[in-house]
Write a protein that binds this ligand. Structure first.
Ligand code: AQP
Length: 331
């Protein structure tokens, strides 16, 4: 069975963007792939974060994974920090990535722009090295990600090629990024030219928002002055974003949704239907989340079991890499 791996970093409250771009696809993968889904808590340290917030976000993500339908019998759910091989492999492979290519990463440029030079941590710069370690430890064939993480997977592909060429054999498998057809980039409701982002929360729908608040947020989403429901990211970014949300949640193509709304010439009515689609999905999801988050024992069991399963595979890869590069492994 081919292997799929992905994760979310617990840097903030999860948004509808994370739900559509990540959580839903993680669940879809578990039927056809050997599925590894983790919480990238070490990555969350690449920008300053309050320790209590980090812990709360981490537990929330586990509960969100389970509420979204990840089945711990089918999917290995674990914390990155529970499997020390991530950090160990990172310290080996970072020597095969170059400063030039890391400094061209859009995420690094975006995130570091908001900081003083003296506050940009080494971890933020080296973020893709750790992400690559995450991927290759499990021999992942595919990595389901939103649009913005694709560049990091591509950098990892370069590393795999470089490493395999250098040592003359297929040490690492070549991973493929898998981007959802609809919903790879959900935009902010208040500024639809910007990504809905958990660490820059403007115009976000949070997964834990009260359902009435969610409806209000959608009803007051920024649109344009026209009245036609058309997909045109440049001239109608707000309507296009709402169409994307609707289509993703209803499992429709954008064209099918545009067709559905072709006789509707009122943004208010359209927004109501988008809000209903979001509430239909998030209502039951929130109920499941509340049940799971109040059961810490269950969460701990899931994480413990996941860490054991993940470590078994990760350790094998690490030993193979150590031997390949010439580190002496005494068995
Ligand atoms: N707006 C979005 N639309 C679609 N997919 C999205 N993802 C994030 N935002 C959107 C996807 O969710 C997964 C989790 O990614 P992450 O935690 O590694 O962080 P990220 O990609 O950088 O997402 P955020 O929410 O913007 O977090 P911060 O602000 O902390 O960096 C990924 O698959 C991502 O593509």
């Amino acid at each position: 069975m081919a292997i799929s791996l992905s994760g979310i970093k617990p840097t903030g409250k999860l948004t509808l963007g994370n739900y559509i771009g990540a959580l839903r696809n993680f669940k879809a993968m578990q039927e056809d792939y050997e599925n590894f889904i983790f919480i990238a808590d070490l990555h969350a340290l690449t920008l300053p974060i309050d320790p209590i917030e980090l812990k709360t976000n981490t537990l929330d993500i586990v509960a969100f994974y389970l509420a979204a339908g990840l089945d711990p019998e089918k999917t290995t759910i674990f914390l990155q920090s529970d499997v020390s091989e991530h950090s160990e492999l990172n310290s080996i492979i970072q020597n095969y990535l170059y400063m030039g290519e890391l400094s061209r990463m859009t995420q690094f440029k975006d995130k570091s722009r908001k900081l003083n030079d003296s506050a940009i941590g080494l971890g933020l710069f080296a973020y893709p090295a750790l992400m690559c370690a995450d991927i290759i430890l499990y021999n992942a064939d595919i990595v389901p990600v939103g649009e913005d993480q694709k560049q990091h997977v591509e950098l990892c592909r370069n590393l795999v090629h470089r490493f395999n060429t250098r040592y003359g054999k297929e040490i690492f498998k070549m991973p493929e990024p898998v981007i959802p057809k609809v919903g790879a980039r959900i935009m902010s409701l208040s500024d639809p030219t910007k990504k809905m982002s958990k660490s820059d929360p403007k115009g976000d729908i949070f997964l834990k928002d009260d359902l009435n608040i969610i409806r209000k947020k959608i009803m007051s989403a920024v649109t344009d002055t026209g009245n036609e429901i058309l997909f045109d990211k440049e001239n109608k970014p707000g309507i296009s974003n709402l169409l994307t949300i609707y289509s993703a949640l209803k499992n429709k193509t954008i064209e099918e949704s545009v067709q559905e709304f072709s006789n509707l010439h009122q943004y208010g009515e359209f927004k109501k239907m988008v809000a209903n689609a979001v509430l239909d999905e998030l209502g039951p999801f929130q109920t499941r989340y509340k049940e799971i988050i109040s059961n810490r024992k269950y969460i701990n069991e899931v994480l413990e079991k996941g860490a054991i399963r993940a470590k078994k595979i990760a350790h094998k890869t690490l030993i193979k890499v150590k031997k390949t590069v010439g580190l002496y492994v005494h068995e």
